[in-house]
Design a protein around this ligand. Structure first.
Ligand code: ZN
Length: 494
């Protein structure tokens, strides 16, 4: 999909479809958000009826007497006073995905006038919405149904602002697609080695990707990662992706992504209904890898290193065992209360490496970690925890810009005793109640005083039913938030 700005409605290029934005006012009337009177007249008869109420994402296709476009699509952006980047994004995504079965190669968009939303934010909403609406995972279909829109004209009165927005949107959204593709693929292909092969292809233009094998992991003393991966035929990998965009700065953000390429639960086997979707238990690793691609594409002046511990939590005679005690890389001994609480184990070794060996000045981990987060917040909202208020605030602000809702959960130290063990320094589970919190408390043992944030995508990284801008399957959640966070970090401080 290629974006081409045009300066006025009169100068729009011809296309298979032209998108016309509308809103509803406080009395329920439908109002156009573009100026061209001819186009307004072309949809006049529709507006004489009550068939179109301009709700967010509502759309109708009309066939005008026009040489410029063969179809018009009216798109609803909802209540005029409530329009934000996110409602624009959702409206365009939903409208475009409804066109999947039509053969369109070119589209034009009348940009909505929605003061006080700045034009840059409107452009962002449109472009991200169109790209979200056109995504579908086609890898395993014999006959591809992918959308074939090649060119999208966008009315842009400020072309330089448009080009800046477009550059960021393309980096952000191609990272998002990479993450979703990785998560949607077969677990037997996207195993630790398969993931490492994809990661290596990103190694260029200053981004250095190094996949390490089992011997390196052994030398590093990452015994928890080795334990979790023991039962699988695939050997674990530990991938490091490094970007030094500000060599003069001592600041370094370390990202850590959970990379369980398939989670059976181990010997504490999951019931079958919970095993579905477990190919997506590497969504954290996929997200941080995708973010590194965007950091590279945008050439951001910051230092970021992403760590991806990868293994399969499989079941077999060599699997690690409940009640056994394993020693973390940090030296802490861990009693295995459940082999299905494996994500926090591999994260623990990676966090220890990031803090001690890489000297992270802030560390952010991303993981499809607990069912408790899903129960608490559902499929739209990701849970997060932090030991540093300013970091949490910046991440929340980034999530608002990205349209990815977050909710900050309490890192309640009073629950640390739930992780007490009779025979080791701690257990890896603290019981069902407060399960997302005790998981976060377990991770906090390994970050020391380093400013840290932990994202639990247990309910948000893979959808069992379509939601908002997303179909069933991987959402790529948090990729856009983290790219926005780094964009902002690039502009403010290093
Ligand atoms: Zn598990």
């Amino acid at each position: 999909m290629r974006f081409v700005p045009f300066p006025s409605a009169a100068k729009r290029p011809s296309a298979d479809l032209c998108c016309l934005p509308f809103a509803c006012d406080s009395s329920g009337g439908v109002v156009p958000l573009f100026d061209d009177t001819r186009l307004q007249q072309a949809v006049g008869r529709l507006l004489d009826t009550t068939d179109f109420r301009a709700k967010v994402g509502e759309s109708i296709v009309l066939y005008p007497e026009s040489k410029t476009e063969s179809r018009l699509m009216v798109i609803g952006l909802g209540e005029l006073s409530g329009i934000t980047t996110d409602t624009i994004r959702q409206a365009y995504a939903k409208s475009l995905s409804s066109l999947r079965k039509r053969s369109l190669t070119s589209v034009t968009c009348m940009t909505p006038r929605v003061e006080p939303v700045a034009p840059q934010l409107v452009y962002r909403g449109i472009l991200e919405g169109l790209l979200l609406g056109s995504y579908s995972f086609q890898e395993y279909r014999s006959e591809k149904e992918a959308m074939a829109i090649e060119e999208v004209g966008v009315l842009a009165e400020d072309p330089s602002a448009f080009l800046e927005v477009e550059r960021e949107v393309i980096a952000r959204m191609s990272a998002l697609s990479l993450c979703r593709d990785l998560v949607n693929q077969n677990a037997d292909e996207m195993n630790p080695q398969g993931f490492a092969e994809v990661a290596s292809t990103l190694s260029r233009d200053g981004l250095m990707v190094t996949p390490h094998g089992k011997e390196w992991i052994e030398r590093q003393g990452m015994r928890l990662l080795l334990a979790v991966g023991k039962g699988a035929q695939y050997e674990p990998r530990f991938i490091i992706a490094e970007w030094q965009g500000a060599p003069q700065s001592h600041e370094k953000t370390v990202l850590v992504g959970k990379g369980i390429t398939f989670d059976t639960g181990g010997l504490d086997l999951k019931p079958f209904e919970n095993m579905k979707g477990m190919k997506g238990d590497m969504a954290g690793a996929a997200a941080v890898l995708a973010v590194m691609q965007a950091v590279r594409d945008l050439k951001l002046p910051i230092n970021v290193t992403a760590l991806m511990p990868l293994c399969e939590n499989s079941i077999g005679s060599r699997s690690y065992k409940p009640d056994d005690v394993y020693r973390a890389r940090s030296g802490k001994s861990i009693e295995i209360g459940s082999t299905d609480a494996e994500g926090r184990l591999i994260l623990a070794d990676a966090l220890d490496y990031g803090v001690k060996d890489l000297g992270a000045t802030r560390i952010i981990d991303v993981a499809s970690l607990t069912g408790a987060a899903a129960v608490a917040l559902g499929p739209d909202i990701s849970a997060f925890f932090s030991n540093t208020d300013s970091l949490a605030y910046d991440l929340e602000q980034a999530s608002v810009r990205a349209g990815e809702p977050l909710w900050k959960m309490p890192l309640h130290m009073g629950y640390v005793d739930l992780l007490d063990s009779d025979i080791a320094d701690c257990k890896n589970v603290g019981g069902r109640a407060g399960g997302a919190i005790t998981a976060a408390l377990f991770l906090h043992f390994f970050v020391g005083q380093t400013p840290w944030a932990h994202f639990d995508l247990g309910g948000t990284s893979l959808l069992k039913e379509p939601r908002l801008c997303f179909g069933k399957g991987a959402t790529g959640v948090l990729v856009r938030t983290l790219v926005d966070y780094f964009l902002q970090l690039s502009k403010t401080n290093l």
